[in-house]
Ligand binder design. Structure first.
Ligand code: TXA
Ligand code: MG
Length: 338
């Protein structure tokens, strides 16, 4: 199939809406990462997403809406905490897992009784949902296992020839996927960290619990609260090793391991002291810049043909919790104290 390249012009947004309404797949920009969208109410269209990405069949999709009224048939109940969260953080980088409604096909929920819903803030994403006239199921628009795309060019690298169109809306502002929180239990539970932090959830709902898979590897055979947590993720072709310690210790460690094919995955300004090629993923004192840069940096490592990457560890607080969550998965949980 030939993948059409669309822009964010009104005509192209209308064209994207048309493709989606007729059961096709379009990669769309959002404020978090690019999503691979299909009509969420059309099981057949949704199945095609799994085929295009090579996505495991048991990993459910997020449904994207542009207006609150669209929740009606998507969820069977809107828990109090969902109302509080939506009032504070929608539109924005937050997915709320609620009891699923009758309009959601099994292809979206993958056998679960719940559905994750998000109202993105990106104006082009919202215009595309409006143009399609239906809610859109959209996982990140990468091949399963590789880093999520934060530019249309990343999408094309993974998906050219596999989907109907890519709509270029520029670089994604946040750069990491949305926060996923379930409001189906007594206390809101964080399943995947993102730009909406645990502190922000607590401020809206009065409490929050953090699922242990956010910071650690699931035990073998353990049931995942969020199926996506159990897969190897965000991995470049290089083996990533995270080094936790001071800046000096990091530089010393890297310089003692400057073997062929080794790269440093570091913060801005570290490179001058390193005796190996390096790729920066943000500024040390700016967690948002790290979130913004991480996935592009992981893709650059693959493009450079890196064999091993020594990553500087980030601070796992606030938005940094999301950066750390992705970084440890890209490294297969290989974190070393130096
Ligand atoms: O920012 C984002 O969320 C992006 C953009 C496109 O909106 N989408 C995205 O989708 O990251 P995806 O499919 O790559 O990640 C969705 C995550 C997966 O880990 C999945 O297991 C989890 O959300 N998830 C989806 N529905 C769920 C549910 N009903 N219960 C628990 N986890 C769910
Ligand atoms: Mg994904």
């Amino acid at each position: 199939m030939k993948t059409q390249q669309l822009t964010s012009s009104p005509e192209d947004i209308r064209a994207a809406g048309e493709i989606l309404r007729s059961g096709g797949l379009v990669a769309i920009p959002t404020e978090t990462v690019y999503g691979l969208a299909a009509n969420a109410l059309d099981g057949k269209a949704v199945s095609a997403i799994f085929a295009a990405k090579g996505r495991p069949q048991d990993n459910p999709l997020i449904v994207h809406i542009s207006r609150l009224e669209q929740l009606e048939d998507i969820v069977s109940e809107i828990p109090e905490d969902a109302l509080s969260l939506a009032a504070q953080y929608w539109p924005g980088p937050l997915t709320i897992v609620m009891p699923k409604g009758k309009a959601i096909p099994n292809e979206v929920s993958c056998g679960l009784e719940t559905v994750g819903v998000r109202m993105p803030s990106h104006p082009v994403a919202r215009a595309i949902i409006d143009a399609a006239g239906v809610p859109l199921a959209a996982p990140s628009a990468n091949l399963s296992g590789s880093p999520s795309p934060t530019t249309a060019a990343h999408v094309t690298d993974d998906m050219d020839g596999r989907i109907h169109a890519v709509l270029d809306g520029g670089e994604c502002a946040v750069g990491l996927e949305s926060t996923v929180v379930s409001v189906c239990g007594d206390v809101p539970q964080l399943l995947r960290p993102g730009a909406v932090t645990p502190e922000m959830i607590e401020a809206a709902c009065g409490s929050v619990s953090i699922n242990h898979a956010v910071l650690s590897e699931l035990a073998e055979g353990e049931q995942a609260a969020s199926p996506g947590m159990k897969y190897k993720h965000y991995a470049p072709t290089a083996r990533v090793i995270i080094l936790r310690g001071s800046r000096e210790a990091y530089i010393d460690y890297c310089n003692a391991h400057a073997e062929d094919g080794a790269y440093a995955l570091c913060f801005e300004g570290d490179g001058a002291e390193l005796k190996m090629p390096y790729i920066e993923y943000g500024r040390e004192d700016d967690l948002l810049s790290q979130a913004h840069g991480l996935f592009a940096a992981l893709r650059q490592l693959s493009d450079a043909g890196a064999k091993v990457a020594y990553a500087r560890c980030c601070t796992p607080e606030g938005v940094g919790l999301a950066v750390y969550n992705r970084l440890i998965r890209s490294a297969g949980f290989d974190v070393r104290d130096i």
